[in-house]
Design a protein around this ligand. Sequence first.
Ligand SMILES: *Cc1c(COP(=O)(O)O)cnc(C)c1O
Length: 428
Amino acid sequence: MTDHGRPASARAFERARAVSPGGVHSPVRAFRAVDGPPVFFDRGEGAEVVDLDGRRLLDTCLSWGPLPLGHAHPAVVEAVREAAGKGLSFGACHAGEAALCELILEGFPHHERVRLVSSGTEAVMTALRLARGVTGRSLVVKYDGGYHGHLDSLLVSAGSGLATLGVASSAGVPAALAETTLVAPFDDLDATARLFAEHGSDIACVALEPLPGNNGLLPQRREFLAGLRELCDEHGALLLFDEVISGFRLRFGGYDAMVDLRPDLTTLGKIVGGGLPIGAVAGRAELMDRLAPEGDVYQAGTLSGNPVSVAAGTTTLRVLRDEGAHDRLEELGRRFESALSGGPSWMQLQRQGSLNWLYLSEGELPRRADAIAEEAITRFTQLHPRMLAEGVYLPPSGYELFFLSTAHSEEQVDRLAETLLAQVTALD
Ligand SMILES: *Cc1c(COP(=O)(O)O)cnc(C)c1O
C-alpha cells in the first residue's frame, strides 16, 4: 500500500494495527471505503486539522458532527480547562449537570426531563428500554438506512421477502433479539402502517432520525413523519426521534420543531457534548420518571454527567444560542451550495443548513436507502484521495455527511467548493 505522501501516518497506522483490530477504534476510520491508509491527526485548529506529517487539511468531517464551532473553540477549551482543573470525574452530583439539562430543555420545550449518559448509543439504548418498560411491549420499528449507534437491538436489517421481522446485521446479535426489531423503508407510510396492522399491540416504539443523516442525507416529507406520529398515537406506541446528529445542528433545538411534531422521546449526543463523550435522553416527566431511581427502568453510568463533558457541551450550546451561530451556518451553507453549482449534472448536493451530502449521480435526490445509486458511492471513493491530495479532508465514505462550522471562513468555503468542482470534473 502506498503511503500517499504521508509516511508518518503510514507508520502510525502500522503501529496501531499491531495492537488494535484494524488499527482503529471505530471501523469507518480505517478508510476501507476509500483509497489509501487513514490520516492520523495531530491537532485541530478551527476549520483545519494538521496531520502527523505536518500537513494542513481543511476539515469537513469535524469528528462526525459534535463540532459546530470547529476545533478547539477558545471558549470551549477554556471551559474544559477550568472544569478539568476542578476534578475529572466525581461519580456524584454537581451543579453543571442541571445547567446543561436546562439548556437542552430550552431547545426542546415540550420535554421536561433529561438523563445524561456517555454516548449516543447509550442514549438510544436507554430510550428503547424506557419505551419497552413504559409500554410493557417488546417490538421496536426502525428504518432501513437509519443508524442509532451500535446497540444490539438496532443492528438489524430488513428480513428477505415477506418477512417483516429483522435479521441481525452483525455477528453476535442473537436472532431472538433481532426479531424484536421490525424494519421499514423511509418515505413509505403504508409500509409502517402494515407493520402496525400486523403487530400494533406489540410495538413499544418507532425509532428514527427525523432527518436521516447516517446513510446519506435523506430528508423525509412532513406527511411521512406526521403519519408516524398518528400511527403511534393510534396504537399506543411511543415515537422516538433520534436527533444525535440533527439536535442543535440546524437551530437551537431539534429538527422536531422544524416539522412541528412532538416525539415522546428524543435522543441527543454529539453537539451537546461539544466534542467530549456524552449522550442524553429527553422526554415528558411522566415517561422519564420511570427511569431509576424514580421508576422501575434501570439505567446507570459511572461517568454519566461527567463534569468535563458537561462543561464542553454547556459552553458549546451557549455560544450557539448567544452568537447567532445557526444563522451564520445557514449563510455559509448557502454560499457553499451556490459556489458548487455549475458542475456536471451528476454532481448534486443535498444540504440542510451546515449538513451536506454529495450525491454523485443523476436523477432525483433519494429519500430512502435503497434509492441510492451505487455509482454515487463508487465515484466518491475515487474522489476522496484526490481531495486529500488537495488538502481537503472529507469523511471517508460516500454515505457520510460532511459539515461546515462557524470556524469555516468564507474563503475556506469557497476553496472547498472550487476544489470539489475541479476534482469531481476531473473524474469524468
Ligand atoms: C452518531 C449517532 C449515534 C451514535 O452516537 P455515538 O456517540 O457514536 O454512540 C446515534 N444516533 C445517531 C442519529 C447518530 O448520528
